[in-house]
Design a protein around this ligand. Structure first.
Ligand SMILES: Nc1ncnc2c1ncn2[C@@H]1O[C@H](COP(=O)(O)OP(=O)(O)OP(=O)(O)O)[C@@H](O)[C@H]1O
Ligand SMILES: [Mg+2]
Length: 349
C-alpha cells in the first residue's frame, strides 16, 4: 500500500476500545461482541475472520451506527480520525454522535458494504438515482460533478460507467451490482470502508474479479478497510492484519503473514487447517469438532474450551485475555506456548 510518507506517522483511522454489544432476545441477552479492541491504521486492511455467528457483522454495524433497536452497546469507545495533508483534521467519538450526526458520519467518513446486499437496491430506481440519493442525503455532489465522480469510481471498479449509470438494478449481474455497491461506498471519499463478506454468494470467477478490483482500489486509494470474511484465503490475500473472532471476542490478532504462518490459538490453527489451499496437503484437512457456543448461555472460562483438545481446569474456569506474544501478535489462550506442538502430536496420533 502506497502512502504518502507524512501519513504513515499519523494515529490510526479507527481505534476501537473495549467494545461490548448485546442483543435482547426472548431467551435472554445475546453477548454478540465481548470486550473487543483493535485499531486500523491509515491505508491498512484488517480482516475479521471467524465462524458464522461469532459477531463479525455486529462489530461493523456498531461502527456505522446501524445496530437494530434490540441491540445495546454495553461499553466501549470508537474513535475515528480523518486525515488531510498529513494531519488529523477531525477526530470523532462515534458512540457520542446523535442520530443526525451519525447519518452524516456514515458514507462520508465510514461506509459499509453490507453482507448479502446485492438485492438491497431500490428496483425502480436507475443506478444514477441511487447515487444521487446518497449524495443529496449528504448535501454533497450533484449534477455534472456527481456524474463525473461516479464515472471515475465506476471505472475504478471496472464497469462500463455509461451503461451502468443508466441501468436499473435488474439489468445488472450479481457481480456488477456488487461492484456498483463498492463504487457507491467510495462516492463521498470515506477514509474507512467496512466490507462484510463482499464476495459471498458470487461464483468463483466473479469472486476472483471482485478481489482483483478490491486490490486495485487499495493500491490506488488511501482508505482503511475492515474486511469481514469467513474465507481465510481471501483474507490472507487482501488484508495486512487479521483478527480471529470467536464467541464475540478477538482470540488472536496479528499481521497476516504471522497469523497464517504461525498461528498460536488452537481455534486459528483449526481454522487454517480446515482450508485446503492454505494448509497445503489435502490430508491435513481437519475440521474443528463441535459447534460454536450459545451466546446466551456461554460456557465458563475460555469459550473455546469445550472444543479444544488442550483444555485443562484453568481453561474451564478462567477466560484468558489477549496477551502480546510477539511484535503486534496477540493471543488469548492459556496454552499458547505449547499449543502448536501439542496439536501436531495430537494430529499425528
Ligand atoms: N437482531 C438480532 N437479535 C438477536 N440476536 C442477534 C441479532 N443479530 C445477530 N444476533 C446474534 O448475534 C450473534 C452474532 O451475530 P453476527 O451476525 O454479528 O455474526 P457473524 O459473525 O456476522 O455471522 P455470519 O458469519 O453468519 O455473518 C449471533 O449469535 C446472532 O445470532
Ligand atoms: Mg455476518
Amino acid at each position: 500500500m502506497m502512502l504518502a510518507q507524512q501519513e504513515t506517522n499519523l494515529p490510526p483511522t479507527i481505534s476501537i476500545k473495549n467494545l461490548s454489544i448485546d442483543y435482547k432476545a426472548k431467551r435472554g441477552q445475546v453477548q454478540a461482541v465481548r470486550n473487543i479492541s483493535f485499531e486500523v491504521d491509515r491505508g491498512e486492511a484488517m480482516a475479521l475472520i471467524g465462524e458464522s455467528g461469532s459477531g463479525k457483522t455486529t462489530i461493523g454495524l456498531g461502527v456505522v451506527g446501524l445496530l437494530p433497536p434490540t441491540a445495546k452497546i454495553r461499553q466501549g469507545e470508537i474513535i475515528y480520525r480523518r486525515a488531510a495533508d498529513g494531519k488529523i483534521v477531525d477526530e470523532i467519538d462515534v458512540l457520542k454522535l446523535n442520530p443526525q450526526q451519525i447519518r452524516q458520519f456514515r458514507w462520508k467518513e465510514c461506509a459499509m458494504v453490507f453482507q448479502g446486499a446485492l438485492n438491497a437496491f431500490n428496483p425502480v430506481l436507475r443506478i444514477s438515482d441511487q447515487f444521487a440519493d446518497t449524495a443529496s442525503a449528504h448535501n454533497a455532489l450533484r449534477g455534472m460533478a456527481l456524474k463525473e465522480r461516479a464515472t471515475e469510481i465506476l471505472h475504478m471498479v471496472r464497469l462500463d460507467a455509461d451503461r451502468v449509470w443508466r441501468s436499473y438494478p435488474h439489468e445488472l449481474s450479481g457481480g456488477m451490482r456488487q461492484r456498483v455497491l463498492i463504487a457507491l461506498s467510495l462516492l463521498l471519499e470515506p477514509q474507512l470502508i467496512i466490507m462484510d463478506e463482499p464476495t459471498t454468494a458470487l461464483d468463483v470467477l466473479t469472486q476472483r474479479n471482485i478481489m482483483d478490483v478490491l486490490k486495485d482500489l487499495r493500491k490506488n486509494l488511501n482508505f482503511s478497510l475492515i474486511f469481514i470474511s469467513h474465507d481465510l484465503s481471501l483474507a490472507a490475500e487482501l488484508a495486512d492484519k487479521v483478527s480471529t473472532v470467536y464467541a464475540g471476542k478477538i482470540v488472536e490478532l496479528g499481521d497476516v503473514y504471522t497469523v497464517f504462518r504461525n498461528p498460536y490459538h488452537p481455534y486459528t490453527i483449526g481454522l487454517i487447517h480446515a482450508v485446503p489451499t492454505l494448509a497445503g496437503r489435502k490430508e491435513d484437512l481437519t475440521s474443528i469438532p463441535g459447534s460454536p457456543p450459545d451466546l446466551i448461555n456461554m460456557p465458563t472460562g475460555c469459550k473455546f474450551h469445550p472444543r479444544c483438545p488442550l483444555a485443562d481446569d484453568q481453561c474451564k474456569t478462567q477466560e484468558p485475555d489477549l496477551e502480546e506474544i510477539g511484535k503486534g501478535h496477540r493471543v488469548a489462550c492459556w496454552k499458547w506456548q505449547t499449543a502448536r506442538e501439542t496439536l501436531k502430536r495430537f494430529k499425528a496420533s
